[in-house]
Design a protein around this ligand. Structure first.
Ligand code: SF4
Length: 407
């Protein structure tokens, strides 16, 4: 499951839709840069999914056309990030594991050719257990993928069926085994507060995940998002109290197994945190490539956000036109928006961030949000330590309330 937060400009050849007015930002240094690549197809649409994913029965995707358009998208983006090092790549979706071995190899080769990818860059690829093949996973690893993120969701066949997943528990277990043989790092995505799920069933999923020696686990609360099948036909799900109990029990069970909760949904052993996702949460930069991909890019005088056209066919045609028309939106983030955007991300981290990061990443002085900091601290939501921006335990439990203070 991709992080759903998941922009453009600078240099001699600004994109057609770029905003060129001076911003409020005055950055003395640029943040670390990541790259997100969106692969928009899935075998079937899950009833809870609001991602930009499109069903492609038969696992056939227009791989040649996609890779050509991705190259065009990338080459038009390069002037925006000239000279900058890339610390991580995340190939998300959709179902990136629908890509052939040769297709993924070509994708990574084009990224290496066009970008200044650090030798130890983390390269994550999402994979669906229903599309897992041992040979292909080994090929992905040989091409340079360092981390596979598997959308397991549950080890309970009945739950997987309710969630509309294309895999069963046996396929999930087989996919974990294949992934662990193919790459050095593996993340498992699980979901909780599932239809009819009780605490014991939730903890049983966690226990089964840990049995693989898992070093990184993402634990997502099922939410009924607008414009999904589940929003139209809502299943019976655990109430808030029951799901809060599950959350606490999951955190305790994972802590006992050595996986610390370091972000709202992420748990890891020491040294196994996702560099890519941490860069999002620390308000780093990311170039988004592919249909519907979002990006945030900083320049010394401004920060911009951009979004590409969501429809895969439309994005492919427009990217190939090489006139910037594949960018649906590119806008400068105003100084009045930056505090909320920063806090929205940073406060998701259990340890928060160094207070100095705020100025480094937004170009604004902390004094600009002195009132909000004071109000949040007085309400017991923000740690009073002046050297860090970090939610208290109460603030983390009521994170939306804390973040809204900075709106
Ligand atoms: S596999 Fe993932 S991206 Fe695809 S439809 Fe299901 S939840 Fe959405």
């Amino acid at each position: 499951m991709a992080i759903t937060i998941p922009i453009r400009l600078a240099g001699a050849a600004p994109a057609k839709s770029a905003v060129l007015v001076p911003a409020g930002a005055a950055l003395t240094s640029l943040p670390p840069l990541s790259v997100y690549v969106h692969v928009p197809w899935c075998v079937r649409k899950c009833p809870y999914c609001d991602f930009n994913s499109h069903a492609t029965p038969g696992q056939d995707i227009p791989e040649r056309a996609y890779l050509d358009a991705l190259r065009a998208d990338l080459e038009q983006s390069v002037p925006l990030i000239w000279g900058r090092q890339v610390i991580s790549v995340f190939i998300g979706g959709g179902t990136p594991s629908l890509l052939s071995s040769a297709g993924l190899d070509e994708l990574l080769a084009m990224l290496r050719a066009c970008l200044n990818l650090l030798p130890d860059a983390e390269i994550t690829m999402e994979a669906n257990p229903g599309t897992a093949e041992a040979g292909r996973f080994l090929d992905y690893g040989a091409s340079g993928v360092t981390r596979l993120s598997l959308g397991i969701q549950s080890f309970d066949d009945a739950q997987l069926h309710k969630l509309g997943r294309i895999h069963d528990a046996a396929q999930a277990r087989a996919a974990i085994d294949m992934a662990q043989r193919a790459v050095s790092r593996v993340n498992l995505d699980l979901m909780f507060a599932l239809p009819g799920q009780d605490l014991a069933a939730c903890l049983d999923d966690v226990r089964q995940a840990l049995a693989f020696g898992t070093e990184h686990l993402s634990m997502y609360h099922l939410t009924l998002e607008p414009n999904t099948v589940f929003a139209k036909y809502p299943p019976e799900v655990p109430d808030d109290d029951a799901s809060a109990l599950m959350q606490d029990a999951v955190e305790a069970a994972l802590a006992q197994a050595g996986l610390a909760r370091y972000e709202v949904s992420a748990y890891a052993r020491a040294g196994a945190r996702s560099k890519h996702n941490v860069n999002y949460w620390e308000f780093g930069d990311y170039l988004g490539l592919g249909p519907g991909a979002h990006g945030k890019l900083s320049f010394h005088d401004r920060i911009i956000r951009e979004a590409r056209h969501r429809n895969p066919e439309s994005w492919m045609v427009k990217a190939m036109a090489r006139d910037g028309s594949h960018i649906a939106e590119s806008r400068q983030v105003g100084p009045e928006e930056l505090p909320f955007e920063f806090m929205l991300n940073a406060l998701r981290l259990k340890e928060g961030v160094a207070a100095s990061t705020f100025s480094e990443r937004t170009g604004l002085s902390l004094a600009a949000i002195a009132h909000q900091l004071e109000a949040a601290t007085q309400r017991g939501l923000l740690d009073p330590d002046p050297t860090r921006l970090r939610a208290t335990a109460l603030g983390w439990r009521f994170l939306n309330d804390l973040q809204e203070i900075f709106l």
